[in-house]
Write a protein that binds this ligand. Structure first.
Ligand code: SAH
Length: 352
């Protein structure tokens, strides 16, 4: 897949294989994995002989992201990172402090192919997938920079995680490993715009993470208008994959619904949403939860944010149908914490 050796993407068994292949002992894998998992540079691994260190530095590529720029919110301390990758590309992550622990929102690709009309990350298309080490590297770099442990990860930054399936699954195993960062699967959420076959594949991989579905509309007509993916897999195909996912994993699924003023935020939209979800999950016993997000205005998209009150009444309407709904708290409003905006400004050579 890659034409260079990327130690930071390797699980212990792969490290073992690598060390055996260069004539080293197997135990090196056990020795190095915890250090690699915490982002220790090879040159700092002084328990290795100088010759081995030099060889590793020469033969492998350090793929860990570097902090290129960092914006700290004066309102709530949220930190938005622009990371520089080994090939010069940039991605973003957002570090948020919640009562239940520090959460990092990470990117899964450089750019995105999905074309959702309200989203800044997709405006320039996709450049490439991120490696497992670049996914985990965001957690490592943010944690090193803040000096604080990241206990929760949400895959809601730039890119579509299920369009980078193999690397994402590998990353999940890496960060969950007890000898590594040891982040519980239950503390990791993966958000998708709805790549149906991959949702089905994810159910079979059987990692107890939380799946979030970016639904954003309750009718195919409206969803096709804002999310091109819906032309490939419509709402009924998507929800049927979700029901199967729930039946296989018994993991609760949450639905993301971005409220766009005058587009999908009326009382009728709320009724339609409640109806479509309840009908799909009828008889499964699955709790249905909707996360409401007021759209973050992105200049190019022309969509506008509805009022706080209309979000509250949308939530209340869902609740009246027996569906729990939370309105996402805005963190980092002053650092443009919506995904894709910082990278985009950088790509276009604007100052932020
Ligand atoms: N591709 C994945 C994950 C990245 S987007 C997905 O589609 O789920 C993460 C979440 O942010 C999605 O729910 C997405 O729809 C939402 N989002 C993107 N742009 C937004 C904006 N301008 N305002 C509010 N939410 C946005």
């Amino acid at each position: 897949m890659t034409d260079f050796i990327d130690l930071y993407s390797m699980l212990p068994e792969e490290l073992e294989e690598y060390f055996l292949s260069i004539g080293e002992k197997k135990f090196r894998a056990k020795q190095l994995f915890p250090k690699l998992a915490h982002g220790t540079p090879i040159s700092d691994m002084t328990d290795l002989s100088k010759a081995l260190r030099e060889r590793l530095v020469r033969d492998t590529l350090d793929t860990l992201p570097r902090v290129e720029e960092k914006l700290v919110s004066r309102i709530d301390g949220t930190v938005k990172y622009l990371f520089r990758l080994h090939d010069g590309e940039c991605i973003e992550s957002v570090f948020m402090r919640y009562k239940h622990g520090n959460t990092l929102c990470i990117s899964s690709q450089v750019g995105c192919l999905m074309g959702c009309r309200f989203c800044a990350s997709t405006l320039e298309g996709k450049v490439r997938d991120l490696l497992p080490s670049e996914l985990a590297g965001q957690v490592i770099a943010a944690s090193r920079d803040t000096g604080e442990r990241v206990s929760n990860i949400v895959m809601m930054g730039i890119g579509e995680p299920l369009d980078n399936f193999d690397n994402v699954v590998k990353f999940l195993r890496l960060v969950n490993h007890p000898d590594g960062l040891n982040i519980g699967y239950r503390h990791i959420s993966l958000s998708t715009c709805g790549i149906v076959p991959k949702i089905r594949e994810l159910a079979l991989v059987d990692l107890p993470i939380t799946l979030s579905i970016s639904l954003h509309a309750a009718t195919d007509e409206k969803r096709c208008e804002i999310m091109p993916i819906n032309r490939k897999w419509n709402i009924s195909e998507l929800l049927s994959a979700c029901v199967d996912y729930y039946n296989t994993t018994k993991r609760r699924i949450s639905f993301e619904y971005t409220l766009i003023g005058g587009k999908n935020d009326t009382r009728e939209d709320a009724d339609e949403l409640a109806w479509v979800l309840k009908r799909a999950f009828a008889g499964t016993g699955a709790p249905i939860h909707v996360n409401l997000i007021r759209v973050n205005e992105v200049k190019e998209t022309g969509f506008r944010e509805g009022s706080r009150e209309s979000a509250d009444s949308f939530a209340a309407r869902l609740e009246s149908h027996g569906i729990t709904a939370t309105t996402r708290r805005r963190l980092g409003a002053d650092v443009n914490a919506a995904c894709g905006q910082l990278r985009r400004a950088r790509v276009k050579g604007e100052n932020v």
